[in-house]
Design a binder for this molecule. Structure first.
Ligand code: ATP
Ligand code: MG
Length: 611
């Protein structure tokens, strides 16, 4: 017997949505209370031998293993696994691998990784491996023969063109195929010939016999099996006929005893066929009743990205990005390498909610979720991305030549130090430090709170150089700067106020205008920093049939050499940091080594794109 996952989060805090209401209603009415579960997928007879299903509901995430998952799939994963978790149910991971041509085990493995990384598990005692739809080919074939025997399906040998014309359109009913009135025996033997490879690819299809005049075109005798000589990545050459998706999918759900089959809105028109098929196979006793029901929600449309698998593949194959896991890609592997956390994506899925109408979600919503998650978690560090040397000209005189002053800061400034010990970062301040180039202004704008030199005004009076604190170190006063022959500033000079060490008795003896971040020339470490920005400069890169490649942002990646504080020598791949005043960064999971530091900017501290 299997045990359902226990709810791990408190559903009271989750905003309700129409899917939750449907599930709560079904639970209250006991719609699925009498189902049985035999421990593995199967037909009615199989499940009849099982125990009452310990899972209160069953949902599924059914990707086709034909590409890498993206942020839209993450939404679907969070919905399906989240609902199962919250309502004492189980969510199945099922590879919808009924289409033999496009699938690959590389994708299977990447999907497994993505689901696990997002924090979900399909594993139940006795059911370790994900399900795969190709395991159900035998049953699907049996179901097709049953439909033929019951007079609900026929083999049609019209040309695809004839079938298309006779299907009619929205205003015009379809016309019955001349093959529609074949006898059961004729249909059965012809279908078996299809299976046995006696007919050429495309020479015939098996169609459900429903209603050629239905206002829903999907009900006008849809094809349910086709001939396709293709080697399948699991079943090899066992089959030369394959079920159509619309036939296969409801059966997969039913064999797995899914209660709530949640999909995106484009399948709404397929729901009548889903129900028709379930009714036929339940009345024939092949499937256990009650059958699953399909519910549709709006897919995620996110601004500044494309999510079509074809377009993502094009970005990779044409070299616009470095691969599927390029940190600018909206794939789950890309988001992960960019520094997104599972928690930030879960938060995003929750925040955008589940609706029945299409809308666009702004990319900044996704970034906001990452900031929110990292704010309390990411260790702080100081880094200088555009370095300019600051020389403290009275240092030797004040402290002795070669003196370096040990300084420290907590890794997490807001942590509750009573309940958890907090790491401390150690670094040193000496005669020379690196500061950001824009933390010095020769001609400061009004209100500038960083370093600026003494200035002789028009009336002859002198404004003194500005006074700022070097964070966690001393207060300094700017005295001037040095330039090269081109007028480019090469060095800033300042004097230090002894006794003003941060946290010391004299810390407040001099009033500083502001605080700037810095790293010591003596102990700073070199790091490569990759400054990522949005890959597209248009909100909807592929809107209105535009070639999405013309919307590529040419400045989506800048690679720079930065100086970072010495504590970052301990950073491991995937570790996330807030570089103070600069943004959130992650040690690159591919290229970062403790001997060769590489950090990706995950997100800036503030939204720079909002209008
Ligand atoms: P394809 O175009 O190849 O069918 P797909 O994006 O539909 O691609 P699937 O592997 O069929 O990919 O998707 C698996 C699941 O993810 C489906 O249940 C689908 O509804 C859901 N899904 C896909 N894209 C989105 C999206 N943008 N928003 C929400 N759910 C999505
Ligand atoms: Mg699909």
């Amino acid at each position: 017997m299997t045990k359902p996952a226990s709810p791990t989060t408190n559903e009271e805090h989750k905003p309700s949505n129409f899917l939750r209401q449907i599930i709560e209603n079904d639970l209250a009415k006991g719609t699925y209370a009498n189902r049985r579960w035999a421990g593995s997928p199967g037909d009615a007879a199989h499940h009849a031998t099982g125990e009452p299903d310990p899972a209160k509901i069953r949902t599924r995430f059914p990707p086709e293993p034909n590409g890498y998952l993206h942020v839209g799939h993450a939404k679907s994963i969070c919905i399906n696994f989240g609902l199962a978790r919250d309502y004492g149910g189980v969510c199945h991971l099922r590879f919808d691998d009924t289409n033999p041509e496009k699938e690959d085990t590389e994708y299977v493995n990447s999907i497994i990784d993505a689901v696990q990384w997002l924090g979900f598990s399909w594993r139940q005692p006795g059911n370790d491996a994900p399900y795969q739809a190709s395991d159900y080919f035998d049953f699907m074939y049996r179901a097709a023969e049953y439909l033929i025997e019951a007079g609900h399906a026929y083999v049609d040998e019209q040309t695809p063109e004839e079938m298309r014309i006779k299907r009619g359109d929205f205003g015009k009913p379809g016309v019955n195929s001349p093959f529609r009135s074949r006898t059961t025996d004729e249909n059965l033997s012809r279908f078996r010939e299809m299976r046995d490879g006696k007919l050429a690819d495309g020479a015939a299809v098996l169609r459900a016999k429903i209603d050629m005049a239905s206002p829903n075109i999907n009900m006008r005798d849809p094809a349910i099996y086709r001939i396709r000589r293709a080697t399948h990545h699991h079943t090899g050459d066992t089959w030369c006929i394959y079920p159509m998706y619309t036939f296969a999918h409801p059966i997969e759900d039913a064999l797995e005893q899914i209660t709530h089959s949640i999909c995106t809105l484009e399948f709404e028109d397929q729901r009548p066929f889903y129900d028709w098929l379930m009714d036929r196979l339940c009345e024939g006793g092949l499937l256990a009743a009650p059958a699953p029901k399909q519910y549709e929600f709006a897919r995620l449309n996110l601004t500044y990205v494309v999510t079509s698998k074809r377009k993502l593949a094009q970005l990779v194959s044409e070299g616009h990005v470095s691969g599927w896991d390029d940190p600018r890609m909206p794939t789950i592997v890309g988001l992960r390498r960019r520094g997104f956390t599972p928690e930030s994506l879960q938060l995003f899925a929750e925040r955008i909610g589940v609706t029945k109408s299409d809308s666009w979600i702004d990319y900044s919503t996704l970034e906001g979720c990452l900031r929110e998650d990292l704010e309390l978690k990411a260790h702080r560090a100081m880094a200088v991305l555009d370095p300019l040397k600051l020389v403290l000209t009275n240092w030797d005189e004040a402290f002795g030549s070669g003196h370096v002053e040990p300084c420290q800061l907590p890794a997490l400034p807001h942590a509750d130090t009573e309940s958890e010990p907090v790491a401390t970062r150690h670094f040193t301040l000496g005669k020379e430090v690196w500061i950001e180039r824009d933390d010095f202004a020769e001609h400061p704008p009004k209100g500038y709170k960083r370093l600026s030199p003494p200035i002789t005004q028009a009336d002859g009076s002198v404004t003194l150089g500005s006074i700022v604190r070097l964070k966690a170190g001393y207060i300094v006063q700017c005295t001037g700067c040095m330039k090269d022959s081109n007028g480019h500033i090469t060095e800033v000079h300042a004097t230090v106020f002894t006794d003003t060490k941060s946290g010391g008795a004299g810390a407040d003896s001099v009033k500083a205008k502001g605080v700037i971040t810095w790293v010591g020339v003596a102990d700073a470490v070199r790091a490569q920093v990759r400054l990522y920005d949005r890959l597209f400069k248009e909100e909807q890169p592929d809107a209105g049939g535009r070639d999405f490649l013309t919307a590529i942002n040419p400045d989506s990646l800048k690679v720079i050499d930065a100086w970072v504080e010495p504590s970052l020598k301990l950073a491991q791949p995937d570790d996330k940091f807030q570089f103070e005043r600069l943004g959130y960064f992650v040690a690159d999971r591919e290229d970062h080594r403790t001997s060769n530091l590489v950090f990706n900017r995950a997100v800036s501290l503030k939204d720079n794109w909002s209008k």
